[in-house]
Design a protein around this ligand. Structure first.
Ligand code: FCB
Length: 494
């Protein structure tokens, strides 16, 4: 059933004036060119080369080759009609040693990107840190060391100086949860550590890095809006006994990152072994971390379900909750899921938006990521018929409309991702793009979802899902661009 027949009027399908439509990527996932123009090594170069860490031993050495295909990427963005593009800066490209001398050639790449975007009427949205920490910093302790937070302030200062005249929106950190949980607790992401003491230190230092970066961006890029991106995840308890665990996991996954920014403290009920020790928290740290932000970024993919149970009692598809004996992750069998195994629950997005609105006192919220992996393939006719992705987008945009109707200040939506890319430990087998990438040749091809998303973006309306058998159609370019009004104009060059 499409959205119009499901009862909404055309007006109810419209997003507010100035709503920002965009797509996202990140440096290590798309750029390639890991040895070019003075780029230093990143922890992902090291991790991906460590046997057994990434599916099939894939690396980001070439990825989508975006470093050399800037014009191609701009053409894809143009084709989508989006008003904004979220990319991230490769720290080791700009500061090869992590701190210290700036690599001008690295900065020049981002300058070219930003200029090309502005020229095409697309607002650049830059993430300062999206997981590719310089190996040089890792060698000195990584996120377990306070110096890494200071170095990120340095990076943000250099970026503000070089790009601040054109970048309208800055995201300081992307999903600190994943850096801590996967990088320092489970070891499933770079740098592959499994040590709660290091994770506890990393929590404080990555939040401090957000604080230093915010201060540097305020000083060097006035006029731009600045905020962090969180991947706040709903935990639903399916029975009484799992309720306490759901609350504890909410502290460990969500509040430990939200509270320092929004309240200037870590949650008192945080798992003791993950609580940043007092001796790491210096005077002024919490004030720096909780300095005012202009928006909250939210990456939403899925909720979690918990039920009481234990190792001895695991059923198919369940797994124990790390650190919480007595509870298991449960996947209700009636829920659709993506090839990642992630439950598809759009209402979870609505509920998280409502929660963040309440907790932040009504800050603007940008959905900085939302999307799904699917087993996409090119048909003999040369199309990629990703109706599953279209349905995913449609459902989640319904949820955004519901949050808006409930009074939440949702200011924009960035689909993840512009194109298929290096999906971290999953390598290239998980395709999240609106464009199909033929790894090897680097050729890009618009999937059917790209035409659907374009229609949404340029009409600023949740249009009905195309019927399954309908051929994909590209709208004639109307010259319209999806929602760029609300981002501040690029500050004038100094
Ligand atoms: C998020 C990451 C992003 C991408 C998506 C699928 O956690 O921020 O880089 O990998 O998941």
């Amino acid at each position: 059933m499409n959205s119009l027949t499901s009862g909404g009027s055309q007006d109810a399908r419209r997003f507010p004036e100035g709503f920002v439509w965009g797509v996202g990527t990140s440096s290590y996932q798309i750029e390639g060119a890991v040895d070019e123009d003075g780029r230093g090594r990143s922890i992902w170069d090291t991790f991906a080369r460590t046997p057994g860490k990434v599916n099939r031993g894939d690396t980001g050495d070439i990825a989508c080759d975006s470093y050399h295909r800037l014009d191609d990427d701009i053409a894809l963005l143009e084709g989508l009609g989006v008003g904004a593009y979220r990319f991230s800066v490769s720290w080791p490209r700009v500061l090869p040693g992590g701190s210290g001398p700036v690599n001008q050639a690295g900065l020049d790449y981002y300058r070219r990107l930003v200029d090309a975007l502005v020229q095409h009427g697309i607002k650049p949205v830059a993430t300062v840190y999206h997981w590719d920490l310089p190996q040089a910093l890792e060698d000195r302790g990584g996120w377990a060391s306070r110096d890494t937070a200071l170095a990120m302030g340095e990076l943000a200062g250099a970026l503000a100086e070089a790009l601040g005249d054109q970048v309208a929106m800055w995201i300081t950190i992307n999903e600190p949860l994943q850096t801590v949980q996967q990088g320092y607790l489970n070891g499933t992401h770079a740098p592959g550590r499994r040590d709660p003491a290091l994770a506890a230190a990393a929590i404080h230092h990555i939040m401090l890095a957000h604080g230093y970066a915010t201060a540097a961006l305020r000083a060097g890029a006035s006029g731009a809006i600045v905020g962090p991106t969180m991947d706040t995840q709903p935990f639903n308890a399916l029975d009484e006994d799992a309720t306490a665990v759901a609350l504890a996991l909410d502290a460990e996954y969500n509040r430990v990152y939200l509270d320092p920014v929004l309240r200037g403290s870590y949650p008192a009920d945080l798992r003791a072994d993950l609580m940043p020790p007092d001796e790491l928290i210096q005077d002024g740290d919490m004030a720096l971390i909780s300095a005012p932000i202009d928006f909250l970024g939210l990456n939403y993919y899925r909720p979690h379900y918990l039920r009481s149970g234990d190792w001895a009692d695991l059923r198919l598809g369940e797994h124990p909750v790390a650190g919480w004996p007595g509870a298991v992750h449960y996947m209700p069998p009636d829920l659709p899921r993506t090839v990642m195994g992630w439950a598809v629950v759009p209402e979870g997005l609505r509920d998280v938006l409502i929660r963040l609105d309440r907790e932040s006192g009504g800050l603007p919220i940008y959905i900085t990521e939302n999307g799904c992996a699917a087993d996409d393939y090119i048909t003999p006719e040369g199309t990629v018929d990703d109706h599953e992705r279209i349905a995913y987008i449609h459902g989640h945009l319904e949820a955004v409309l519901e949050a808006l109707a409930a009074g939440v200040n949702v200011a924009g939506y960035f689909h993840w991702s512009l194109m298929d890319n290096f999906e971290w430990a999953e390598g290239y087998r998980r395709r999240f793009g609106l464009h199909y990438v033929e790894f090897g040749s680097g050729r890009r091809l618009a999937k059917r979802s790209a035409a659907f998303y374009r229609e949404v973006a340029i009409t600023n309306t949740l249009v009905p899902e195309p019927a399954l058998a309908a051929p994909g159609r590209a709208l004639a370019d109307s010259g319209q661009r999806g929602g760029d009004a609300e981002l501040p104009e690029a500050p004038a060059a100094v």
